[in-house]
Design a protein. Structure first.
Length: 280
């Protein structure tokens, strides 16, 4: 493998410290300029990034990125779009992948009823198995939810025995649903969707307690305004943090501090100064 600079540049004293908890840097749109994308993220204060896989192939791509760059962490999982054609031993294969030293979660997993890529009953079976694996390995989960509020929450509640934790990523549901999610002990994160003109998420942003709040880009998707329509990337996190701050009547510095603290606690990430110690 080609090895890039393994040291994480110290953040400027004038730049906040962020953790992008969800960015798909393995996506083809990053293939030509990934080092520049990561450099821009560092300059913006994004000191750590978590790449959730969507299947076995994308995990290998994400792992190669994590092996090349410091401050990059992984999640191993099967996205609901890819749940339809899995080998019988898929959980054993995921268990093996989760031994990678940069794996911090099981994900991206969940339910998606918007697209008809995989039958709901198959999505349920694959999700159930992955939630059990997460508990077995004592790893948090990263949950995808699209048009599946009630079923996803019911499944999470069924598995919640006090040992299951994780993130409802790219949250777009209402305040009442957010309260029910918080009752399960899970964290909530938003993306560039909070900057959209038609967003109705400010009341939801306001009610998430400081200690359950995470931040993400979901790059290359969900690009925040004013870059909407272009490729999203982790360096846009500060713009999302600004909207958090406006909606919550808090400072951007406070948003950066609490979301980074929560991310490092939930995903057991090392402090940025010690990221090299986490390398195998």
């Amino acid at each position: 493998m080609i090895t890039e600079n393994r040291s994480t540049p110290p953040a400027s004293r004038h730049v906040n410290d962020y953790v992008d908890t969800h960015c798909h840097l393995f996506w083809e749109t990053f293939s030509d300029d990934l080092p520049d994308v990561i450099a821009r993220a560092r300059e913006a204060g994004v000191r750590q990034m978590l790449i959730p896989a969507t299947d076995f192939a994308t995990f290998e791509q994400a792992a190669e990125i994590a092996d090349r760059f410091e401050g990059i962490f992984l999640a191993a999982g099967i996205h609901p779009h890819d749940a339809g054609e899995l080998p019988p031993d898929f959980i054993d294969r995921l268990r093996m992948l989760a031994q990678h030293p940069r794996v911090a979660a099981i994900g991206e997993i969940g339910l998606d009823y918007y697209y008809d890529f995989t039958a709901p009953h198959v999505q349920h079976r694959v999700l159930n198995a992955q939630l059990e694996l997460a508990k077995e390995l004592d790893l948090p989960v990263i949950l995808h939810n699209r048009d599946s509020d009630e079923d996803l929450l019911a499944i999470v509640r069924e598995h919640q025995d006090g040992t299951l934790n994780g993130q409802f990523h790219c949250f777009s549901s209402g305040a009442e649903y957010a309260l029910r999610v918080l009752e399960t002990g899970f964290h909530i994160s938003f993306t560039g969707n909070v900057t959209f003109k038609k967003s109705r998420l400010d009341p939801v942003l306001s009610l998430v307690p400081d200690d359950r709040l995470l931040i993400e880009t979901d790059a290359p998707f969900m690009t925040p305004v004013p870059w909407r329509g272009k490729r999203n990337e982790p360096s846009y996190i500060p713009r999302i943090a600004e909207r958090y701050a406006e909606a919550r009547h808090q400072s951007v510095e406070h948003i950066a501090a609490v979301t980074s603290t929560n991310a490092r606690r939930l995903f057991a990430l090392p402090s940025p100064e010690n990221t090299s110690d986490h390398h195998e």
